[in-house]
Design a protein around this ligand. Structure first.
Ligand code: NAP
Length: 483
């Protein structure tokens, strides 16, 4: 298999917050990798902007440090790094002041794609949008990229949408959810909509339930103060898990086109039923393994914020009538694992008298680590001894199947930034999607706040609170092991 890297158009990309953590860890190393792969045209430029009074040379040195730290050694090519650093310019700018804007305007070139990455606190999005517009820096072809969190409830998300809409059209706004940039997530759409195999079975008649798990081993250490105002529901469910749920549950769009895909996702969010209190479990990790617990990390001994949440969700439409979607996400769990598991129903009539008694097909879509898909099927246990059945995976690990191209497979941030330059919004959230997601999430969070709900403690390194196991057990189902 041959890698096909198609260079994008020449661009000027301004990274507001170019000295920040996200820019250092993801955005700039990602851009370097695209440069190395030949996807970033030679005469494209990246302009870093933040308040710090740095020279070009000082910023380039910082970026060189970020590449050394966050790009695998085998990808650190001296000549390529030098070539990449030459494309970098730095402008001291205050998002809330007057410094730097005229200089930025002078730097922007005509007739190249202009993209502005808002890698700063969301409180600055409006200020930057306003100044880009006031100084005539953004034109009708410019794109802006905004980071999560996009609001903390429906009201704030609406306000943010309104601020951005004063200066940019919806077609210019790219709201990042990096989960959508993952190879497997896009493969999920390919598997569903480019194969006849699954679609006839993709409905309540044949699917028993769906599990979506995003488990982390890390705690909130170091960003506890921020996280304590958010929690797993706002930080993970409203965006990442909701997006995964949409991709599983949506109807086939008429075309693989940004608005066609996003229209279908929006319909799923709007069809979500309100969640009953008994169908939600919240948790907070306790101290253990020599590490402090959540409350200490958050520096708030009275914290009621959840570091874990599990929910049973229902979609009210024909396709999914009666099919529960079980969602869970948490920190300090036993393994770092993100996966979607679609469990099919049992065959209607059992002809084999094997002791197991269950004949289950499960399609597992693994997002991280070890991206890939596995379809668990029943086969005959090899050897003599009669007709005993066993479950085995049909394996499609992308690392193996795509070994020759995987060298150049971009990570989520790389792919999404290149999509911004290409002007393709398919993998970005539309304003109405974000608002619909908050409209569903808000009453859940308000319910907790009004009841002063206290999350259940769970042991670090475990699978989460006991009650989360019960959420499945009482339906006669069980969570897949987190591994
Ligand atoms: P950060 O490390 O605190 O960096 C913030 C950046 O913004 C710095 O470059 C800072 O530089 C600049 N800045 C602050 N105030 C400014 C102002 N008034 N004018 C111009 N620049 C200003 O934050 P981060 O972690 O990179 O996060 C950036 C955004 O990405 C946030 O919205 C965050 O929620 C989101 N995000 C981050 C991550 C992550 O892994 N870090 C993941 C997902 C989403 P100066 O102080 O020199 O101005």
């Amino acid at each position: 298999m041959v890698s096909r890297v198609i260079p994008v158009d020449v661009f000027d990309l301004v990274i507001f917050g170019g000295t920040g953590d996200l820019a250092r860890r993801k955005v700039l190393p990602g851009l370097y990798r695209r440069f190395l792969a030949g996807q970033m045209p030679e005469d494209s430029r990246i302009i870093g902007a933040a308040r710090g009074e740095l020279t070009d040379a000082e910023w380039r040195a910082q970026v060189a440090g970020a590449i050394a730290e966050f790009v695998p050694k085998e990808k650190q090519d001296k000549t390529a790094i030098a070539g990449f650093l030459e494309r970098l310019t730095y402008v001291p700018i205050d998002a809330r002041g007057t410094t730097g804007w005229e200089r930025l305007k002078e730097l922007m070139r005509e007739n190249v794609v202009r993209a502005f990455y808002f890698s700063v606190a969301p409180g600055l999005f409006g200020d930057i949008a306003q100044r880009l517009s006031d100084h005539g820096i953004a034109d009708a072809w410019s794109r802006i990229v905004v980071e999560k969190p996009f609001g903390r409830d429906l009201t704030s998300a609406r306000a943010l949408n309104e601020v951005l809409a004063r200066h940019f059209t919806e077609a210019q706004i790219y709201r990042i959810d990096h989960y959508l940039g993952k190879e497997t997530v896009q493969n999920l759409m390919a598997v569903r909509f480019a194969n006849i195999l699954f679609e006839p079975l993709w409905k309540a008649e044949y699917i028993d339930h769906v599990q979506i798990t995003v488990a982390e081993t890390v705690g909130v250490d170091g960003r506890g103060a921020y996280y304590d105002k958010s929690g797993a529901m706002r930080d993970m469910v409203q965006n990442h898990l909701m997006q995964l749920l949409c991709l599983i549950a949506m109807e086939p769009p008429w075309h693989f086109d940004p608005d066609a895909v996003r229209d279908e996702k929006l319909k799923v969010i709007r069809a979500l039923k309100p969640v009953l209190a008994q169908d939600i479990v919240r948790g907070q990790y306790a101290a253990g393994g020599g590490e402090p617990g959540y409350a200490e990390h958050a520096e708030n001994s009275a914290s009621r914020t959840e570091s874990y949440v599990a929910l049973k969700v229902a979609i009210s439409n024909w396709r999914w009538q009666g099919v529960p979607f079980y969602l869970r996400t948490g920190k300090r769990l036993r393994a770092r694992a993100s996966e979607i598991a679609v469990t099919f129903k049992q065959p209607p009539h059992a002809i084999f008298d094997d002791a197991k008694g269950w004949h289950e097909n499960v399609l597992v879509i693994r997002l991280q680590p070890d991206e890939g898909m596995h379809l668990w099927v029943m086969i005959k246990e090899p050897g003599p001894g009669g007709m005993r059945l066993m479950q085995v995976p049909l394996d499609m690990s992308f690392a193996d199947a795509l070994a020759e191209v995987s060298e150049d497979v971009p990570d989520a941030y790389e792919r999404l930034i290149m999509d911004v330059i290409r002007g393709n919004q398919t993998l970005f959230m539309r304003g109405d999607e974000v608002e619909a997601a908050w409209a569903w999430t808000d009453p859940i969070i308000e319910g907790w706040e009004s009841r002063d709900d206290r999350p259940q403690l769970y042991d670090p390194g475990s699978s989460g609170p006991e009650d989360a196991l019960m959420l499945m057990h009482r339906d006669g189902r069980r969570w897949r092991e987190i591994r």
